[in-house]
Design a protein around this ligand. Sequence first.
Ligand SMILES: [Zn+2]
Length: 347
Amino acid sequence: MNKLAPLLALMLFPSSLAATYTVVRGDTLWGIAQRSGTTVADLRAANGLNTDALEVGQVLQLPGAAATPAATSAPTVASLSGVQVQTPARVKEGDPFVLRLSGDNASRVRVRFPSELNEDVRRPNEWLSPVQIGGAWVVLGRVVLGQTAPVRYELELDGVSAGGQFPVGPLGQPVQNLNMPASIAAVLQDPGRAAETAAVEKAYELRTPPAWTEPFAQAIAGGRRSSGFGQPRRETAGAKINYHYGMDYSAPKGTRVQAVNLGRVVLAATYPVRGGLVVIDHGAGLLSLYFHLSKIDVSVGQSVSRGQKVGEVGSTGYSTGPHLHLEMRLRGEAVDPARWVDQRLPQ
Ligand SMILES: [Zn+2]
């Protein structure tokens, strides 16, 4: 699927502008070099550094920026001693994706995504350790809806960094006007909404070990897809654009809803917007969420197996008719549920 290429992170670029940068918490020399279109060697030379250690507040002279990696469209591939990484050639808005790590040191690498620093995402640029799924060491990534800048990744092992990037394409869906009736839109003003938001945000913070070993299943049998993932839409005429963070399946009230994979129930209650809600933690920062249920069959703390019934379709919360809204969230950000079906990992 992807070809491995030699390290590109230390290519030399000619200087074209001078600037300074003030170090913030979590910065590395490599990351600063990558973001400013220069190299670690040039940064060291420009600042007389003989160590890679940085201090918060330290001001660095940036020796120059030039043909930055962001200007290219082809994926670049990084390598470190004893580690190879395989990335997708290309992703699109709302995609989950997988960095596959191989080599003797694959399990010891740390990975982060510096491009997230420019995005509205939860815990941007978080250091991630590979997890073993299906016999491979992987790091899961996500592209948020509405964002099409290239994904940049950084690998770190024993103080040495490398990195690369790959392009992101648009979903290209037209904006839909929902024209929700005022009686239903009123739930968005419900005073109970703050507690609902806090409960799901807490679930988004979970970073438990991956629980699943089998491919993901459908959440509902025979449901008709009524609204696709990532649809940009306005609740009422003239309102700002929101994205549809899940996949809707139209089905009669009482239709069986099942867990898409092995996991542990972390929320099971009825809320103003999501209605009857079940949230399952699958580990590795991945949650599945089942909205608008008329009946809930599981409780918090319970382990569920792939295909186990978790509840029944309903129209509770912010909903105009019986349907299941299924979301998959990776470290808190919505990713396309269809990319997991019949897969252990998104391809
Ligand atoms: Zn929906």
